[in-house]
Write a protein that binds this ligand. Sequence first.
Ligand code: KIV
Length: 278
Amino acid sequence: MSSHVIDAPDSGRKPHTLVSLRQMHARKEPISMLTAYDSSFGRLADLAGIDTILVGDSLGMVMQGHSSTVPVTVEQMCYHVTCVTRGNKAAWLVGDLPFGSYHESIEQAIRSSVQLMQAGAQMVKLEGGGWTAEVIHALTQRGIPVCAHLGLTPQSVHAIGGYRIQGKDDQGAQVLMAQAREVADAGAAMLVMELMPSAVAARVSASIPDVITIGIGAGQGVSGQVLVMHDMLGVTVGKLPRFVRNFMQGQPDVLSAFRAYHAAVKDGSFPDEAQHGY
Ligand code: KIV
């Protein structure tokens, strides 16, 4: 039975650390990030050379079929993080703190983060600016690396009023600049910037040079790129946002599609501003 393969290949690469990622950022080598939610896809992402895997709460939509990420729980996140750790050996593993798991108090945020880290995450990600600075500070002080997430923050979809481009006018761009400064000062080592004009993302990224910035629908002026696996494999049904490219097209298998994505991030051919930019 093929599911009983015992000689499955190993990527053979040295596991990434925050230090190796910071070195890549310093030498301006683009960083590839991809979401994964289980052991098999975690293994393929690792074999493809993907630098960082995000076990995103997007699993609420692509795995569980919800219309937003809001229903996802810490326990569900921990389950998927653990699954991915069994397949992945070398990619840096980021786990999402789901909605409601860091909103009540610093104590709650620490408890939720400890659960994710004990499940196998090496860094936790949380959404939003302003009030999150205090949480980020408390977590980083306790040895928990944090990735912030600004721009379109899907956990706030009901407050934002839909999946809309952020920072389009001058005031919006100023808010993003201020929030980025706050999360950087609070100790975030990484920042996901979602759905904003390329020029704004580039300005924000340049203003916090010590932070690794990962864009999704944020153009080229960032340290790396992330896509949701189901989107870039063409699994997601319906109209996809403009920033997505289907990497499965022309590829014989998922591993090749992951490799094509990794290569396109590295050589700067993804995202293509004309096709995927705002
Ligand atoms: O949950 C997720 O997959 C994410 C990405 C969209 C960055 O946060």
